[in-house]
Write a protein that binds this ligand. Structure first.
Ligand code: NOJ
Length: 541
Protein backbone atom coordinates (compact mmCIF):
# COMPACT_ATOMS: atom_id res chain seq x y z
CA UNK A 1 0.00 0.00 0.00
CA UNK A 2 1.47 3.35 -0.98
CA UNK A 3 0.40 6.79 0.12
CA UNK A 4 -0.22 7.70 -3.50
CA UNK A 5 -2.71 4.89 -4.12
CA UNK A 6 -5.52 6.31 -6.28
CA UNK A 7 -8.34 5.48 -3.84
CA UNK A 8 -6.77 7.62 -1.12
CA UNK A 9 -7.94 10.84 -2.78
CA UNK A 10 -10.31 9.81 -5.57
CA UNK A 11 -13.61 11.44 -6.47
CA UNK A 12 -15.91 8.44 -6.82
CA UNK A 13 -19.26 8.67 -8.62
CA UNK A 14 -22.01 6.34 -7.45
CA UNK A 15 -23.81 5.25 -10.59
CA UNK A 16 -27.22 3.76 -9.91
CA UNK A 17 -27.51 1.76 -13.11
CA UNK A 18 -31.27 1.59 -13.53
CA UNK A 19 -31.64 5.36 -13.23
CA UNK A 20 -28.58 6.67 -15.07
CA UNK A 21 -29.31 6.30 -18.80
CA UNK A 22 -31.36 3.86 -20.84
CA UNK A 23 -29.87 2.60 -24.10
CA UNK A 24 -32.69 0.37 -25.33
CA UNK A 25 -35.92 2.22 -24.62
CA UNK A 26 -37.37 -0.12 -21.98
CA UNK A 27 -37.41 2.65 -19.36
CA UNK A 28 -34.67 1.03 -17.26
CA UNK A 29 -31.11 2.33 -17.32
CA UNK A 30 -28.52 -0.10 -18.66
CA UNK A 31 -24.86 -0.58 -19.56
CA UNK A 32 -25.35 0.67 -23.13
CA UNK A 33 -26.70 3.87 -21.61
CA UNK A 34 -23.66 4.18 -19.35
CA UNK A 35 -21.24 3.55 -22.21
CA UNK A 36 -22.88 6.27 -24.27
CA UNK A 37 -22.50 8.73 -21.39
CA UNK A 38 -18.93 7.93 -20.33
CA UNK A 39 -17.66 11.13 -21.97
CA UNK A 40 -20.03 13.07 -19.69
CA UNK A 41 -18.43 11.45 -16.65
CA UNK A 42 -14.90 12.03 -17.95
CA UNK A 43 -15.76 15.67 -18.55
CA UNK A 44 -17.29 15.96 -15.07
CA UNK A 45 -13.85 15.08 -13.72
CA UNK A 46 -14.44 11.99 -11.58
CA UNK A 47 -11.78 9.34 -10.98
CA UNK A 48 -13.89 6.24 -10.50
CA UNK A 49 -17.42 4.89 -10.86
CA UNK A 50 -19.08 2.66 -8.28
CA UNK A 51 -21.84 0.69 -9.99
CA UNK A 52 -24.89 -0.35 -7.98
CA UNK A 53 -25.47 -4.13 -8.34
CA UNK A 54 -25.64 -5.10 -12.01
CA UNK A 55 -26.20 -8.84 -11.64
CA UNK A 56 -29.23 -10.89 -12.66
CA UNK A 57 -31.88 -10.19 -10.06
CA UNK A 58 -35.65 -10.30 -9.68
CA UNK A 59 -35.16 -6.81 -8.18
CA UNK A 60 -37.16 -7.30 -5.04
CA UNK A 61 -34.65 -4.85 -3.57
CA UNK A 62 -33.40 -3.03 -6.66
CA UNK A 63 -30.68 -5.55 -7.45
CA UNK A 64 -29.48 -6.07 -3.86
CA UNK A 65 -31.10 -9.47 -4.24
CA UNK A 66 -28.53 -11.18 -6.44
CA UNK A 67 -29.43 -14.35 -8.32
CA UNK A 68 -26.01 -14.87 -9.97
CA UNK A 69 -22.86 -13.05 -8.87
CA UNK A 70 -20.91 -13.81 -12.04
CA UNK A 71 -23.20 -12.39 -14.68
CA UNK A 72 -25.06 -9.25 -15.77
CA UNK A 73 -28.81 -8.73 -15.56
CA UNK A 74 -30.23 -9.12 -19.09
CA UNK A 75 -32.14 -5.86 -18.55
CA UNK A 76 -28.75 -4.14 -18.19
CA UNK A 77 -26.82 -6.01 -20.92
CA UNK A 78 -24.29 -8.82 -21.03
CA UNK A 79 -20.96 -9.72 -19.51
CA UNK A 80 -19.39 -8.62 -22.80
CA UNK A 81 -21.00 -5.19 -22.30
CA UNK A 82 -19.51 -5.02 -18.81
CA UNK A 83 -16.07 -5.95 -20.15
CA UNK A 84 -16.36 -3.26 -22.82
CA UNK A 85 -17.55 -0.71 -20.28
CA UNK A 86 -14.65 -1.45 -17.91
CA UNK A 87 -12.17 -1.10 -20.79
CA UNK A 88 -13.75 2.09 -22.14
CA UNK A 89 -13.80 3.65 -18.68
CA UNK A 90 -10.14 2.77 -18.20
CA UNK A 91 -9.31 4.33 -21.55
CA UNK A 92 -10.82 7.56 -20.23
CA UNK A 93 -8.84 7.31 -17.00
CA UNK A 94 -11.87 6.21 -14.95
CA UNK A 95 -11.62 3.23 -12.57
CA UNK A 96 -14.51 0.91 -11.87
CA UNK A 97 -15.87 -0.37 -8.56
CA UNK A 98 -18.56 -3.02 -8.30
CA UNK A 99 -21.04 -3.67 -5.54
CA UNK A 100 -20.74 -7.09 -3.89
CA UNK A 101 -23.63 -8.23 -1.71
CA UNK A 102 -22.34 -10.93 0.68
CA UNK A 103 -24.88 -10.85 3.53
CA UNK A 104 -27.69 -12.30 1.47
CA UNK A 105 -28.63 -13.35 -2.05
CA UNK A 106 -31.90 -13.59 -3.95
CA UNK A 107 -34.35 -16.35 -3.18
CA UNK A 108 -33.89 -17.20 -6.88
CA UNK A 109 -30.17 -17.91 -6.37
CA UNK A 110 -29.39 -21.55 -7.27
CA UNK A 111 -28.06 -22.29 -3.78
CA UNK A 112 -31.24 -21.13 -2.11
CA UNK A 113 -33.39 -23.03 -4.58
CA UNK A 114 -31.27 -26.14 -3.92
CA UNK A 115 -31.67 -25.60 -0.16
CA UNK A 116 -35.44 -25.40 -0.47
CA UNK A 117 -35.50 -28.56 -2.56
CA UNK A 118 -33.08 -30.52 -0.34
CA UNK A 119 -35.08 -30.19 2.87
CA UNK A 120 -34.19 -29.87 6.53
CA UNK A 121 -30.84 -31.09 7.82
CA UNK A 122 -29.31 -31.10 4.32
CA UNK A 123 -25.84 -29.70 3.52
CA UNK A 124 -27.59 -27.34 1.06
CA UNK A 125 -29.44 -25.70 3.97
CA UNK A 126 -26.17 -25.24 5.86
CA UNK A 127 -25.29 -22.31 3.59
CA UNK A 128 -28.29 -20.37 4.96
CA UNK A 129 -30.07 -20.09 8.30
CA UNK A 130 -32.90 -22.61 8.34
CA UNK A 131 -34.49 -23.43 11.68
CA UNK A 132 -37.69 -25.11 12.93
CA UNK A 133 -40.27 -22.74 14.33
CA UNK A 134 -41.21 -22.43 17.98
CA UNK A 135 -44.55 -23.10 19.64
CA UNK A 136 -47.25 -25.59 18.74
CA UNK A 137 -46.74 -26.83 15.17
CA UNK A 138 -43.62 -24.63 14.86
CA UNK A 139 -45.92 -21.78 13.99
CA UNK A 140 -43.78 -19.08 15.62
CA UNK A 141 -40.51 -17.79 14.15
CA UNK A 142 -37.31 -19.21 15.70
CA UNK A 143 -36.60 -15.91 17.50
CA UNK A 144 -37.79 -12.31 17.77
CA UNK A 145 -35.45 -10.72 15.20
CA UNK A 146 -37.02 -8.01 13.05
CA UNK A 147 -36.23 -7.34 9.40
CA UNK A 148 -34.44 -4.04 8.77
CA UNK A 149 -37.13 -3.41 6.15
CA UNK A 150 -39.97 -4.01 8.62
CA UNK A 151 -41.80 -7.15 9.75
CA UNK A 152 -40.24 -10.36 11.07
CA UNK A 153 -36.76 -11.46 9.93
CA UNK A 154 -38.01 -15.03 9.39
CA UNK A 155 -40.20 -16.54 6.69
CA UNK A 156 -41.63 -20.02 6.79
CA UNK A 157 -41.05 -22.46 3.94
CA UNK A 158 -43.55 -24.87 2.49
CA UNK A 159 -42.56 -28.50 2.01
CA UNK A 160 -43.25 -30.26 -1.34
CA UNK A 161 -46.39 -31.87 0.10
CA UNK A 162 -47.75 -28.41 0.88
CA UNK A 163 -47.32 -28.52 4.66
CA UNK A 164 -45.49 -25.72 6.49
CA UNK A 165 -41.78 -26.40 6.92
CA UNK A 166 -38.74 -24.72 8.47
CA UNK A 167 -38.19 -21.00 8.69
CA UNK A 168 -35.28 -19.11 7.11
CA UNK A 169 -33.59 -15.90 8.18
CA UNK A 170 -33.58 -12.67 6.15
CA UNK A 171 -32.37 -9.47 7.79
CA UNK A 172 -33.85 -7.61 4.81
CA UNK A 173 -36.77 -8.70 2.58
CA UNK A 174 -38.03 -12.31 2.51
CA UNK A 175 -36.66 -12.48 -1.05
CA UNK A 176 -33.15 -11.91 0.41
CA UNK A 177 -32.15 -15.00 2.47
CA UNK A 178 -29.08 -14.47 4.65
CA UNK A 179 -26.01 -16.58 3.96
CA UNK A 180 -24.51 -18.55 6.82
CA UNK A 181 -20.93 -17.29 6.93
CA UNK A 182 -19.94 -20.13 9.23
CA UNK A 183 -20.11 -22.29 6.10
CA UNK A 184 -16.69 -22.77 4.45
CA UNK A 185 -18.46 -23.03 1.09
CA UNK A 186 -19.91 -19.54 1.47
CA UNK A 187 -16.46 -18.15 2.28
CA UNK A 188 -14.83 -19.95 -0.63
CA UNK A 189 -17.56 -18.84 -3.03
CA UNK A 190 -17.17 -15.13 -2.27
CA UNK A 191 -13.39 -15.24 -2.52
CA UNK A 192 -13.88 -16.77 -5.97
CA UNK A 193 -16.40 -14.07 -6.88
CA UNK A 194 -13.87 -11.39 -5.95
CA UNK A 195 -11.25 -13.04 -8.15
CA UNK A 196 -13.76 -13.37 -10.99
CA UNK A 197 -14.29 -9.59 -11.10
CA UNK A 198 -10.72 -8.55 -10.31
CA UNK A 199 -9.63 -10.77 -13.23
CA UNK A 200 -12.04 -8.82 -15.45
CA UNK A 201 -10.29 -5.59 -14.47
CA UNK A 202 -12.52 -3.99 -11.87
CA UNK A 203 -10.52 -1.79 -9.52
CA UNK A 204 -12.52 -2.14 -6.35
CA UNK A 205 -15.41 -3.60 -4.46
CA UNK A 206 -18.04 -1.84 -2.38
CA UNK A 207 -19.16 -4.33 0.26
CA UNK A 208 -22.88 -4.19 1.01
CA UNK A 209 -24.07 -4.39 4.64
CA UNK A 210 -20.50 -5.21 5.59
CA UNK A 211 -21.01 -5.36 9.36
CA UNK A 212 -23.91 -7.83 9.32
CA UNK A 213 -22.45 -11.01 7.82
CA UNK A 214 -21.81 -13.15 10.89
CA UNK A 215 -24.47 -14.13 13.39
CA UNK A 216 -24.41 -15.51 16.90
CA UNK A 217 -24.91 -19.23 16.11
CA UNK A 218 -27.17 -19.60 19.13
CA UNK A 219 -29.59 -17.15 17.46
CA UNK A 220 -30.53 -15.57 20.81
CA UNK A 221 -33.39 -13.14 21.30
CA UNK A 222 -32.51 -9.61 20.29
CA UNK A 223 -32.26 -7.98 23.71
CA UNK A 224 -28.70 -7.17 24.76
CA UNK A 225 -25.77 -6.76 22.34
CA UNK A 226 -26.77 -7.23 18.72
CA UNK A 227 -26.44 -10.89 17.74
CA UNK A 228 -25.52 -9.92 14.17
CA UNK A 229 -24.19 -6.35 13.93
CA UNK A 230 -20.44 -5.81 14.04
CA UNK A 231 -19.49 -9.10 15.63
CA UNK A 232 -15.80 -9.66 16.18
CA UNK A 233 -15.71 -12.69 13.89
CA UNK A 234 -16.79 -10.65 10.84
CA UNK A 235 -13.22 -9.37 10.64
CA UNK A 236 -11.88 -12.82 9.72
CA UNK A 237 -13.83 -12.53 6.48
CA UNK A 238 -12.24 -9.22 5.56
CA UNK A 239 -8.76 -10.47 6.39
CA UNK A 240 -9.33 -13.26 3.87
CA UNK A 241 -10.72 -10.78 1.30
CA UNK A 242 -7.73 -8.52 1.77
CA UNK A 243 -5.43 -11.43 1.00
CA UNK A 244 -7.34 -11.94 -2.26
CA UNK A 245 -7.29 -8.22 -3.16
CA UNK A 246 -3.59 -7.87 -2.40
CA UNK A 247 -2.79 -10.40 -5.11
CA UNK A 248 -3.84 -7.71 -7.61
CA UNK A 249 -2.25 -4.29 -8.00
CA UNK A 250 -4.08 -1.20 -6.72
CA UNK A 251 -7.42 -2.76 -5.82
CA UNK A 252 -9.62 -1.26 -3.10
CA UNK A 253 -12.10 -2.79 -0.64
CA UNK A 254 -14.73 -0.32 0.61
CA UNK A 255 -17.04 -1.21 3.48
CA UNK A 256 -20.63 -0.09 3.82
CA UNK A 257 -20.48 -0.02 7.60
CA UNK A 258 -23.21 1.92 9.44
CA UNK A 259 -21.80 2.22 12.96
CA UNK A 260 -22.00 5.27 15.19
CA UNK A 261 -18.94 4.25 17.22
CA UNK A 262 -15.70 5.50 15.63
CA UNK A 263 -13.55 3.03 17.53
CA UNK A 264 -15.61 0.09 16.22
CA UNK A 265 -15.59 1.53 12.71
CA UNK A 266 -11.80 1.90 12.83
CA UNK A 267 -11.43 -1.84 13.38
CA UNK A 268 -12.52 -2.42 9.77
CA UNK A 269 -9.56 -0.31 8.66
CA UNK A 270 -6.89 -2.39 10.27
CA UNK A 271 -3.89 -2.96 8.03
CA UNK A 272 -4.97 -6.39 6.88
CA UNK A 273 -8.68 -5.61 6.40
CA UNK A 274 -10.56 -3.01 4.33
CA UNK A 275 -8.92 -0.01 2.70
CA UNK A 276 -11.76 2.44 3.39
CA UNK A 277 -15.26 2.70 4.86
CA UNK A 278 -18.09 5.09 4.12
CA UNK A 279 -18.42 8.07 6.43
CA UNK A 280 -22.09 7.96 7.39
CA UNK A 281 -21.74 10.17 10.49
CA UNK A 282 -20.77 12.98 8.06
CA UNK A 283 -23.78 12.25 5.83
CA UNK A 284 -26.17 12.21 8.80
CA UNK A 285 -24.75 15.37 10.38
CA UNK A 286 -27.04 18.41 10.45
CA UNK A 287 -26.07 21.65 8.67
CA UNK A 288 -24.41 23.06 11.76
CA UNK A 289 -20.83 24.31 12.04
CA UNK A 290 -20.06 22.90 15.49
CA UNK A 291 -21.51 19.49 14.72
CA UNK A 292 -19.81 19.29 11.33
CA UNK A 293 -16.51 20.32 12.84
CA UNK A 294 -16.85 17.61 15.48
CA UNK A 295 -17.63 14.91 12.90
CA UNK A 296 -14.82 16.04 10.61
CA UNK A 297 -12.42 16.14 13.56
CA UNK A 298 -13.28 12.66 14.79
CA UNK A 299 -13.15 11.29 11.23
CA UNK A 300 -9.67 12.70 10.69
CA UNK A 301 -8.52 11.44 14.05
CA UNK A 302 -9.52 7.84 13.78
CA UNK A 303 -8.45 7.56 10.16
CA UNK A 304 -5.03 9.00 10.98
CA UNK A 305 -4.66 6.44 13.76
CA UNK A 306 -5.55 3.70 11.26
CA UNK A 307 -3.34 5.18 8.47
CA UNK A 308 -6.40 5.01 6.24
CA UNK A 309 -7.82 7.79 4.08
CA UNK A 310 -11.08 9.38 5.27
CA UNK A 311 -14.07 9.36 2.95
CA UNK A 312 -16.82 11.97 2.63
CA UNK A 313 -20.30 11.39 1.33
CA UNK A 314 -23.44 13.55 1.29
CA UNK A 315 -25.96 11.35 -0.51
CA UNK A 316 -26.53 7.87 -1.84
CA UNK A 317 -29.36 5.64 -3.07
CA UNK A 318 -30.53 4.86 0.49
CA UNK A 319 -30.94 8.37 1.88
CA UNK A 320 -32.96 11.50 1.17
CA UNK A 321 -31.09 13.68 -1.30
CA UNK A 322 -29.20 16.42 0.55
CA UNK A 323 -30.78 19.34 -1.35
CA UNK A 324 -34.01 18.35 0.39
CA UNK A 325 -32.44 17.51 3.74
CA UNK A 326 -30.69 20.86 3.95
CA UNK A 327 -33.90 22.66 3.00
CA UNK A 328 -35.82 21.26 5.99
CA UNK A 329 -36.10 22.52 9.51
CA UNK A 330 -34.33 19.42 10.81
CA UNK A 331 -31.31 19.02 8.54
CA UNK A 332 -30.01 15.83 10.14
CA UNK A 333 -30.67 12.35 8.75
CA UNK A 334 -31.22 8.89 10.18
CA UNK A 335 -32.11 5.71 8.30
CA UNK A 336 -34.83 5.00 10.83
CA UNK A 337 -36.48 8.41 10.62
CA UNK A 338 -37.01 9.38 7.01
CA UNK A 339 -39.66 12.06 7.20
CA UNK A 340 -41.28 13.45 4.10
CA UNK A 341 -43.89 15.41 5.99
CA UNK A 342 -41.56 18.34 6.74
CA UNK A 343 -41.75 21.41 4.49
CA UNK A 344 -38.72 21.79 2.20
CA UNK A 345 -37.25 25.11 1.10
CA UNK A 346 -35.53 24.03 -2.10
CA UNK A 347 -33.75 27.35 -2.67
CA UNK A 348 -32.20 27.19 0.77
CA UNK A 349 -31.40 23.49 0.38
CA UNK A 350 -29.75 24.12 -2.98
CA UNK A 351 -27.68 26.99 -1.63
CA UNK A 352 -26.46 24.82 1.23
CA UNK A 353 -25.87 21.85 -1.06
CA UNK A 354 -23.57 24.03 -3.18
CA UNK A 355 -21.69 25.12 -0.07
CA UNK A 356 -21.53 21.52 1.18
CA UNK A 357 -20.11 20.37 -2.17
CA UNK A 358 -17.13 22.71 -1.80
CA UNK A 359 -16.64 21.62 1.81
CA UNK A 360 -16.78 17.94 0.88
CA UNK A 361 -14.45 18.28 -2.07
CA UNK A 362 -11.87 20.24 -0.08
CA UNK A 363 -11.56 17.69 2.72
CA UNK A 364 -8.60 15.31 2.57
CA UNK A 365 -9.36 11.76 1.43
CA UNK A 366 -11.86 10.30 -1.03
CA UNK A 367 -15.11 12.08 -1.94
CA UNK A 368 -18.21 10.19 -3.04
CA UNK A 369 -20.81 11.80 -5.30
CA UNK A 370 -24.20 10.25 -5.87
CA UNK A 371 -25.47 10.56 -9.43
CA UNK A 372 -27.68 13.59 -9.86
CA UNK A 373 -26.23 15.58 -6.99
CA UNK A 374 -24.08 17.33 -9.59
CA UNK A 375 -27.39 18.48 -11.09
CA UNK A 376 -28.85 19.58 -7.78
CA UNK A 377 -31.66 17.02 -7.89
CA UNK A 378 -33.94 16.91 -4.91
CA UNK A 379 -35.74 14.05 -3.17
CA UNK A 380 -38.94 13.33 -5.09
CA UNK A 381 -41.46 13.04 -2.29
CA UNK A 382 -44.68 12.80 -4.28
CA UNK A 383 -44.25 9.55 -6.21
CA UNK A 384 -47.73 8.00 -6.54
CA UNK A 385 -48.10 5.06 -4.15
CA UNK A 386 -48.93 2.62 -6.92
CA UNK A 387 -45.60 3.31 -8.61
CA UNK A 388 -43.43 2.92 -5.53
CA UNK A 389 -41.05 -0.02 -5.65
CA UNK A 390 -39.02 0.09 -2.47
CA UNK A 391 -39.67 -2.90 -0.16
CA UNK A 392 -39.25 -0.52 2.79
CA UNK A 393 -42.36 1.39 1.72
CA UNK A 394 -44.29 -1.82 1.16
CA UNK A 395 -43.17 -3.65 4.31
CA UNK A 396 -43.87 -0.66 6.57
CA UNK A 397 -47.19 -0.05 4.77
CA UNK A 398 -46.06 3.44 3.87
CA UNK A 399 -45.07 4.45 7.42
CA UNK A 400 -41.52 4.88 6.04
CA UNK A 401 -41.59 6.64 2.65
CA UNK A 402 -38.62 4.55 1.53
CA UNK A 403 -35.89 5.34 -0.96
CA UNK A 404 -37.60 5.64 -4.35
CA UNK A 405 -37.44 9.44 -4.16
CA UNK A 406 -33.65 9.41 -4.41
CA UNK A 407 -33.65 6.92 -7.29
CA UNK A 408 -35.66 8.79 -9.92
CA UNK A 409 -34.03 8.62 -13.39
CA UNK A 410 -31.66 11.43 -14.35
CA UNK A 411 -32.78 14.31 -16.57
CA UNK A 412 -30.39 14.66 -19.51
CA UNK A 413 -32.03 16.93 -22.06
CA UNK A 414 -35.23 18.36 -23.45
CA UNK A 415 -38.10 20.21 -21.87
CA UNK A 416 -40.26 17.42 -20.57
CA UNK A 417 -40.04 13.91 -19.12
CA UNK A 418 -38.37 11.53 -19.89
CA UNK A 419 -35.71 14.23 -20.41
CA UNK A 420 -33.55 12.08 -22.69
CA UNK A 421 -33.21 9.32 -20.07
CA UNK A 422 -35.09 6.85 -22.28
CA UNK A 423 -37.17 6.77 -25.42
CA UNK A 424 -39.79 4.85 -23.45
CA UNK A 425 -41.47 5.34 -20.09
CA UNK A 426 -39.03 5.84 -17.16
CA UNK A 427 -39.43 3.23 -14.41
CA UNK A 428 -40.15 6.05 -11.94
CA UNK A 429 -41.74 9.36 -13.01
CA UNK A 430 -39.56 12.48 -13.13
CA UNK A 431 -40.81 15.87 -11.87
CA UNK A 432 -41.54 18.25 -14.75
CA UNK A 433 -39.64 20.97 -12.87
CA UNK A 434 -36.43 19.09 -13.65
CA UNK A 435 -36.53 20.72 -17.09
CA UNK A 436 -34.29 23.39 -15.57
CA UNK A 437 -31.90 20.82 -14.12
CA UNK A 438 -31.09 18.73 -17.20
CA UNK A 439 -27.47 18.23 -18.14
CA UNK A 440 -28.24 20.10 -21.35
CA UNK A 441 -29.74 23.10 -19.56
CA UNK A 442 -26.94 23.26 -17.01
CA UNK A 443 -24.22 22.97 -19.64
CA UNK A 444 -25.47 25.99 -21.58
CA UNK A 445 -23.03 28.88 -21.80
CA UNK A 446 -25.72 31.09 -20.38
CA UNK A 447 -25.62 29.03 -17.16
CA UNK A 448 -22.06 29.48 -15.82
CA UNK A 449 -23.44 29.41 -12.28
CA UNK A 450 -25.27 26.09 -12.57
CA UNK A 451 -24.73 23.28 -10.07
CA UNK A 452 -23.15 21.21 -12.85
CA UNK A 453 -20.73 24.00 -13.73
CA UNK A 454 -19.81 24.28 -10.03
CA UNK A 455 -19.09 20.53 -9.77
CA UNK A 456 -17.05 20.54 -12.98
CA UNK A 457 -14.86 23.39 -11.77
CA UNK A 458 -14.61 22.08 -8.23
CA UNK A 459 -13.49 18.63 -9.36
CA UNK A 460 -10.82 20.13 -11.60
CA UNK A 461 -9.48 22.40 -8.89
CA UNK A 462 -9.65 19.59 -6.34
CA UNK A 463 -7.53 17.37 -8.56
CA UNK A 464 -4.99 20.09 -9.28
CA UNK A 465 -4.69 21.56 -5.79
CA UNK A 466 -5.67 19.17 -3.06
CA UNK A 467 -4.48 15.64 -3.84
CA UNK A 468 -1.40 15.60 -1.65
CA UNK A 469 -1.97 18.66 0.53
CA UNK A 470 -2.24 18.41 4.32
CA UNK A 471 -5.20 19.98 6.10
CA UNK A 472 -4.95 22.52 8.93
CA UNK A 473 -7.85 24.21 10.69
CA UNK A 474 -7.77 28.01 10.49
CA UNK A 475 -9.13 30.37 13.14
CA UNK A 476 -12.73 31.29 12.31
CA UNK A 477 -15.66 33.05 13.97
CA UNK A 478 -18.54 31.01 15.44
CA UNK A 479 -20.64 29.28 12.81
CA UNK A 480 -17.80 29.26 10.27
CA UNK A 481 -15.55 26.39 9.20
CA UNK A 482 -12.17 27.33 7.77
CA UNK A 483 -9.17 25.19 6.93
CA UNK A 484 -6.14 25.28 4.72
CA UNK A 485 -5.16 22.73 2.07
CA UNK A 486 -1.70 23.54 0.75
CA UNK A 487 -2.13 27.29 0.55
CA UNK A 488 -5.81 27.23 -0.43
CA UNK A 489 -8.28 28.20 2.29
CA UNK A 490 -11.73 26.59 2.30
CA UNK A 491 -14.19 28.78 4.18
CA UNK A 492 -17.78 27.65 4.82
CA UNK A 493 -20.21 30.10 6.36
CA UNK A 494 -22.99 28.37 8.30
CA UNK A 495 -23.68 31.46 10.43
CA UNK A 496 -26.56 33.87 9.74
CA UNK A 497 -24.23 36.82 8.96
CA UNK A 498 -21.70 37.46 6.19
CA UNK A 499 -18.04 36.88 7.11
CA UNK A 500 -14.86 38.34 5.72
CA UNK A 501 -12.79 36.12 3.47
CA UNK A 502 -9.02 35.90 3.83
CA UNK A 503 -7.05 37.95 1.33
CA UNK A 504 -6.08 36.08 -1.79
CA UNK A 505 -7.34 34.85 -5.12
CA UNK A 506 -10.82 33.39 -5.05
CA UNK A 507 -10.59 30.15 -6.97
CA UNK A 508 -14.24 29.23 -6.59
CA UNK A 509 -17.28 30.28 -4.60
CA UNK A 510 -20.52 28.36 -4.20
CA UNK A 511 -22.60 31.53 -4.64
CA UNK A 512 -22.33 35.25 -5.18
CA UNK A 513 -20.19 37.14 -2.66
CA UNK A 514 -21.72 40.19 -1.03
CA UNK A 515 -20.40 43.40 -2.44
CA UNK A 516 -19.45 41.59 -5.60
CA UNK A 517 -21.76 42.89 -8.33
CA UNK A 518 -20.50 40.46 -10.97
CA UNK A 519 -20.94 37.39 -8.74
CA UNK A 520 -17.96 35.97 -10.58
CA UNK A 521 -15.85 33.21 -9.11
CA UNK A 522 -12.66 35.16 -9.54
CA UNK A 523 -13.64 38.24 -7.60
CA UNK A 524 -11.01 39.00 -5.01
CA UNK A 525 -11.77 39.76 -1.39
CA UNK A 526 -15.35 40.32 -0.35
CA UNK A 527 -17.80 39.00 2.15
CA UNK A 528 -18.96 35.41 2.23
CA UNK A 529 -22.74 35.33 2.72
CA UNK A 530 -24.51 32.75 4.89
CA UNK A 531 -24.74 29.21 3.51
CA UNK A 532 -21.91 29.88 1.08
CA UNK A 533 -18.39 28.46 0.70
CA UNK A 534 -15.29 29.72 -1.06
CA UNK A 535 -11.85 28.43 -1.94
CA UNK A 536 -9.27 31.17 -1.67
CA UNK A 537 -5.62 30.86 -2.67
CA UNK A 538 -3.90 32.62 0.20
CA UNK A 539 -0.33 31.72 -0.66
CA UNK A 540 0.84 32.58 -4.14
CA UNK A 541 2.58 29.81 -6.03
C1 NOJ B 1 -27.46 -1.54 1.65
C2 NOJ B 1 -27.82 -1.07 0.28
O1 NOJ B 1 -27.20 0.16 0.02
C3 NOJ B 1 -29.33 -1.00 0.24
O2 NOJ B 1 -29.79 -0.35 -0.91
C4 NOJ B 1 -29.88 -2.40 0.35
O3 NOJ B 1 -31.29 -2.36 0.40
C5 NOJ B 1 -29.37 -3.10 1.62
N1 NOJ B 1 -27.97 -2.89 1.85
C6 NOJ B 1 -29.60 -4.58 1.53
O4 NOJ B 1 -28.77 -5.12 0.53
Amino acid sequence: MTLSAWWRHAAIYELYVQSFADGDGDGIGDLAGVRARLPYLADLGIDAIWFSPWYPSPRSDAGYDVADYRSIDPAFGTLADADALIAEAHALGIRTIIDVVPNHCSDRHRWFQAALAAGSGSPERERFWFRPGRGPGGDLPPNDWRSIFGGPAWTRTTTPDGTPGEWYLHLFAPEQPDFNWASPQVRQEFEDILRFWFDRGVDGVRIDSAALLTKDPALPESEGPSPYTDRDDVHDIYRAWRTVADKYPDRVLIGEVWLPDAARLARYLRRDELHTVFNFPYLCCPWDAAELRAVIGSTLEFHAAASAPPTWVLSNHDVDRHVSRYGRNDTSFGLDRRDHSQPVDLDLGTRRARAAALLTMALPGAAYLYQGEELGLWEVEDIPDELRQDPIWHRTRGADPGRDGSRVPLPWSGLEPPFGFTTGEPWLPQPKEWRELTVEAQSAEAQPGSMLALYRRALRIRRAEFAAAAMTWLPAPGGVLAFDRGGVACVVNLSPAPVELPAGEILLASGPLSGDPVSGDRASGGLLPPDTSAWVRTVSR
